[in-house]
Design a protein around this ligand. Structure first.
Ligand SMILES: Cc1ncc(COP(=O)(O)O)c(C=O)c1O
Length: 388
């Protein structure tokens, strides 16, 4: 994988002015805090955009059948499930969808269930919409995070929860949930009339053969309680396109969400947002996704080996999906802030467990979606921190 030089560009991960101001880093920093790819967006995505430009009109348009066919193909090939056109809503971003469902299915002041550790927008979207996030802790054991089903049900009852924002696979850590686990959660949700929102944005980098289960595969009896929010942004490095989708068998829920989009005047789709998803969810996209998974897995193995061979006080958690690995630091939790500063001093910008609302464990995340040379340099800098 060849790295794209984005230094001093306006790409958020690499804008030096922003990095210096926000994180007080020097020019030699390796930014490894944003979960995007350091290599270019695949060429077939650009080809589709160019082809659309050849039509010479970017005027108002309707989403065509090809868009829905691409989804049917992708979900069949990658997730082993037949989906229907009527189950799909276009959306402007996974977290736009989160805000939409908060505003349609809950009221100001309501409590919303989320797991921790979590990608910080899970908390922020609740707070910005005047909802109260209820943090249900995942339990770190046997080198991975586990669900606490008893506590989930208790939290739902005690906080009168109507919405559960869930991450599948989990960012951070890349934990894949089994169908059994998803059914157990969906069953609790149905029992207490809760909508289970499954953010599956990291699920496009795992094929079903390796164990990814969309929540759409849970038992038919839960179909009205589950909805998927996802996007091709992670797997194809197209975060700047602001395009995503929702899938559910609950057509009334989809209609309600669409009405909300219309109310805030986002009832039209973005012409390029539609095109990039059509380009991604193809045979070429499958090949790209497989190639990426192999590369990320190689970078993961390299990381594990380096930590072991250098006898660092670190433990690399299992990585089941995606490209973000968590590395546990075998030091006292009270030293976390000290180590955060040491990382910056050694020119490495990564995120630590407390930035994912996990205040019980001490780990940091490495984004593996870069070239081998950079991963090796990241590991050398980590070694410097811990070998002092
Ligand atoms: C778990 C998760 N959900 C969603 C997103 C992106 O959401 P959006 O489509 O709103 O950019 C990310 C980006 O890193 C993510 O990690």
């Amino acid at each position: 994988m060849e790295k794209l030089d984005r230094k001093n560009s306006y790409d958020r991960k690499w804008n030096m002015e922003h990095l210096r101001e926000k994180y007080h880093v020097e020019d030699n920093v390796i930014p490894n805090h944003v979960a995007d790819f350091d290599y270019p967006t695949p060429e077939f995505i650009f080809d589709q955009i160019k082809e659309r430009c050849n039509f010479k009109s970017l005027s108002y348009f309707s989403v065509d059948e090809e868009f829905y066919d691409a989804f049917k193909f992708w979900y069949k090939e990658m997730k082993n499930i037949e989906i229907e056109k009527g189950w799909i809503n276009y959306s402007y971003g996974v977290f736009f969808s989160m805000a939409a469902i908060l505003n349609t299915k809950t009221n100001i002041g309501d409590s919303i269930l989320i797991n921790t550790p979590c990608y910080s927008p899970f908390v922020r979207v609740c707070l910005l919409n005047d909802r109260k996030p209820i943090m249900n802790k995942l339990i770190l054991k046997n080198n991975k995070y586990e669900l606490d089903l008893y506590q989930i049900e208790k939290d739902i009852i005690e906080n009168n929860i109507k919405l559960f924002l869930f991450c599948n696979p989990l960012n951070p850590t890349g934990r894949l949930w089994t169908l059994e686990e998803l059914n157990a959660i969906a069953s609790i949700c149905k029992k207490h009339n809760v909508i289970l929102v499954s953010d599956e944005v990291h699920g496009d980098l795992v094929s079903y053969k390796e164990g990814f289960n969309t929540v759409l595969k849970t038992n038919e009896e839960y179909k009205n309680n589950v909805i998927v929010f996802s996007s091709a942004t992670k797997a194809f490095n197209i975060g700047g396109m602001s395009s995503s989708y929702m899938i559910s068998k609950n057509i009334d829920l989809l209609k309600e969400l669409w009405s909300y989009q219309e109310k805030i005047w986002l009832g039209n789709s973005n012409v390029f947002g539609v095109e990039v998803m059509k380009a991604a969810y193809t045979q070429k996209g499958i090949e790209w996704s497989k190639e990426m998974s192999v590369h990320h897995n190689n970078m993961f193995e390299l990381t594990k080996k380096f930590v072991e061979e250098n006898d660092l006080p670190l433990k690399v958690l299992d990585l089941h999906a995606g490209f973000c690995v968590s590395v546990v630091v075998e030091k006292h939790l009270s030293e976390l802030e000290k180590y955060k500063k040491e990382f910056i001093k050694n020119g490495l910008l990564v995120r630590f467990s407390n930035e994912f609302y996990d205040y019980d464990n001490f780990w940091f995340r490495i984004i593996l979606s870069t070239d081998e040379k950079t991963i090796k340099e990241i590991l050398e800098r980590i070694k410097k921190v811990f070998k002092k």
